[in-house]
Design a protein around this ligand. Structure first.
Ligand SMILES: [Zn+2]
Ligand SMILES: [Zn+2]
Length: 275
């Protein structure tokens, strides 16, 4: 049984015509999992052949807006396309329930309009939020999801997830610098997906707010070092900051290659990796 990872959105907070916001799809042993729900997530899910009603769970790495800004679209679309009341399961760090409650509040007028209009839609959007810390989050039909704490301070807490199925494993990290929790999760993994930043390029941009991003993301070199320490097979670079210039993939890969001998995948939207 393979695990398939599809990069739904590889973009950063800066809007880009070719890169949706942070989101990754994982198909493992009949389970369909969505990691983060950034800008354009439902369009990219559709492109990958998945509708929100087909999701078994949403996993959130952290509550930065670029990772959750279209979660309300996942929720609404799941609701209006559902044949029966089905809670959307959302796993995330502490305060996820607060964010989801706010989303329900924001959607209130829409919910009232649709309930008034559709006789066969008699239930409201439903969510089942589980705030997780570390350890096993899900263990279902041979698919196990394990969470670990990462370091994206002052954003706290933040999580990375490891999905295991049939002896294969994939690690999905959000924004983080290298840390013990991530190292632990990556040990012996087949695939490690990491959001990355090029500090050499960001340092050239004289904007304090942009410079601030350097201290809480993994650089390409750091992601490669984490991959090497963990002995992973494949390193996947996603959520690249700054937005990569067209044709620059090889440059990004070369920076990682200095520290990691395994396979390196430069992420574009809808690139898929199977193990
Ligand atoms: Zn981010
Ligand atoms: Zn972030």
């Amino acid at each position: 049984m393979t695990i398939e990872v599809v990069l739904l959105g590889t973009g950063s907070p800066v809007p880009d015509r070719d890169r949706a916001g942070a989101a990754t799809l994982v198909r493992a042993g009949g389970h369909t999992l969505l990691l983060d729900a950034g800008r354009g997530v439902c369009m990219r899910l559709a492109a990958a052949g998945v509708l929100p009603v087909m999701l078994d769970a949403v996993l959130l790495t952290h509550l930065h807006s670029d990772h959750i800004c279209d979660l309300n679209d996942v929720l609404t679309t799941q609701w209006v396309m559902s044949a029966a009341p089905t809670p959307l399961r959302i796993f995330g760090p502490s305060r996820t329930a607060e964010v989801v409650a706010g989303m329900h509040a924001m959607l209130r007028p829409d919910v009232e309009f649709r309930l008034a209009h559709h006789a066969d839609l008699t239930w409201e959007p439903q969510t089942e939020v589980v705030e997780v810390t570390t350890g096993t989050v899900l263990d279902d039909d041979g698919v196990r999801v394990v969470a670990a704490a990462t370091d994206h301070r002052p954003v706290e807490p933040t999580l990375a997830y490891r999905v295991e199925c049939d002896g294969r494993s994939v690690v999905l990290a959000g924004d983080t610098v290298p840390c013990a929790g991530l190292d632990e999760l990556c040990r012996g993994a087949d695939v490690y997906v990491q959001t990355v930043l090029r500090d050499d390029l960001v340092r050239q941009v004289a904007m304090p707010r942009f410079q601030d991003t350097i201290d809480y993301h993994s650089t390409v070199a750091q992601a490669a070092q984490t991959a090497a320490r963990g002995g992973v097979r494949t390193l996947v670079l996603t959520h690249q900051v700054p937005t990569p210039a067209p044709g620059s993939a090889e440059e990004w890969i070369a920076l990682a290659r200095e520290h990691f001998d395994g396979e390196i995948v430069f992420g574009d939207d809808l690139v898929s990796i199977s193990v």
